[in-house]
Ligand binder design. Sequence first.
Ligand code: AFP
Length: 345
Amino acid sequence: MSNPNISLTRFLIEEQREGRINPELRLLIEVVARACKRISIAVGKGALGGVLGDAGENGQASINVQGEAQKKLDVLSNEILLEANAWGGHLAGLASEEMDHSQRIPDKYPRGNYLLMFDPLDGSSNIDVNISVGTIFSVLRCPEGITEPSDEHFLQPGTAQVAAGYCTYGPSTMLVLTVGHGTHAFTLDREVGSFVLTTLGMQIPEETKEFAVNMSNQRFWEAPMQAYVGDLLAGKEGSRGKDFNMRWVASMVADVHRILTRGGIFSYPLDSKCAPKGGKLRLMYEANPMSFLVEQAGGAASTGRQRMLDVQPSGLHMRVPVFLGSKAEVEAAVRYHQAHDQANA
Ligand code: AFP
């Protein structure tokens, strides 16, 4: 498939013909993509749509299950995804960053065989300053024989994902998708209203000179992270023998999109502030889908101590440390953790 003018619909039909997805999964992905178009329109209106700012009433902030203040667009994006996916007949249940527990498909609609998890609007603290935000999603199979799934049925490792993707709402709106056969990027043609394949088989360069991390947390990091970044900063004069550049958008979707496009390493390590929770980023609808996309593009993803996709989730909103991107660089970061752990065993 080398024709760059292939719509998402045609791409998915051809994937179905190749036996890589079934019609149910194809429709599910189409529905998520349609919901992302609606979110893209709401995000694109900015202040004109009356959707900027915090959710809540009478000056009282609305707080989500993570204890974070919700933006109006967080709430709206969640509603758009829930409504779009309720009636299609391909899902057994849904779970979202914005909801305490998973939701079953209402009885009035047919139930399908898949479970959908999403972060409806990642990076939402960037909305009010007009910086890229995005939607992240992950699709799992509903376990055999389960027609009324509850939270426990979502607790499958990342290797069980059958599809994952994100939509980035930036200068252009892009959908990046994997169904386990490469990672592909589609750009929204706003005039036509459809996603068009613009990169077939994204490939992350194995080596990089660019890292992404929130440096303001440096003093809270664990020793191996201090040592790793210390060597990156030492540049040509240090043990790495090359100078590194740094980028941090603070929207995971935007940072990961840059890395899928030109390489780099993204990290949100363990620090003494987030350690009691296990990390900052969420495994099931942030780290796992991004790790699936990155591995499918030739990169690597780890907690620093374990391959991300092998982590057995213990809860819907479980948090993990994250290192993902260019393979050789992720492996370098992991080596610092291994060396530290061995020395302290
Ligand atoms: P928000 O959705 O609350 O803006 O959080 C974004 C995020 O989960 C992820 O997209 C960023 O990489 C990370 O948090 C940024 O965290 P810091 O604000 O600590 O740098």
